[in-house]
Write a protein that binds this ligand. Sequence first.
Ligand code: ADP
Length: 318
Amino acid sequence: MTEALINDAIISIDKVVKRYNGFTAVDEISFNIKKGEIFGLLGPNGAGKSTLISILCCLFTQDSGKITIDGFDNIKDSIRIKNVIGVVPQEISLYPTLSARENLAFYGKIYGLSKKALHSRIEILLDMAGLTERADDMIQGFSGGMKRRINIAAALLHDPKILFMDEPTTGVDPQSRKRIYDTIVDLNKQGMSVLFTTHQMEDAQKLCHRIGIVDKGQLIALDTLTGLLELTGESDLIHVEAKDIPPNAVESIRKIETVQQVSIDEDSMTVQLLKGRELLVNIIDILISEGAKVEFINIKEPDLETLFLHLTGTKLRG
Ligand code: ADP
């Protein structure tokens, strides 16, 4: 899918393609990010999210297509772009034997901040990260979530207009996750545009003004959460954990009139269908009569997981 160019875009991505040794990781992706927007790029591992965000961060360039960030072309004006973007990479990039404050001072010097500006900026960002009291402790003693919060602070030292974050909540405890969510919302309220990638639908559902769904290098849907969920219609998702699910049972379930998708994993089955509550008993009956050993059943209303299954026939996770 593609999106028409818009006037209030701070980032515009037009038919971008990136190949690795002939393998197309990003396949003609086009969309815009509006000024002041929190935009989430959601998709499973291998979808091409990191490749696209790395191109936007000017780490490398696309094979074809055009990208404009705050009015600058990513190939011709990458140095200017680097002044307006903050980048939080997927991997933590901090020196373990330096303190949080020393790490921030190191990055601040790379950005060329004066000593005075750097000092006050570091205090503000330590406070934002909730780590003022741990500022002089070595990073090696920090939890994954605390390191991630300092990594985010490091990306904000030069007060960028746009923040790029690659999987900001991966490997993060719930408390730090909540703080990262709050930080993103606060920064956005102050006017910062944010683009992050995630394979966790909770991130996208909680934070984003708009969500782009990518799969196999392509943008397969883009809208607000409400708009995306409307695409699933009224369908429910039934998840069954069962041992020995026979192919006959799967075939019979596929034949039920309102069933839209059935996906099978080892020892589990997910069925997307209309009127899930009414048909739950039929589905369980089929499984049991065909010899499956049902252990757990769960039914849920449409969410991005349902949408992903609806669009691709596969589950988002795994
Ligand atoms: P995501 O961030 O959505 O997990 P990536 O952008 O990391 O996806 O990867 C997209 C595809 O490109 C994957 O199939 C991955 O294996 C491949 N890929 C990523 N980086 C390289 C690379 N440097 N060389 C070859 N293939 C790569």
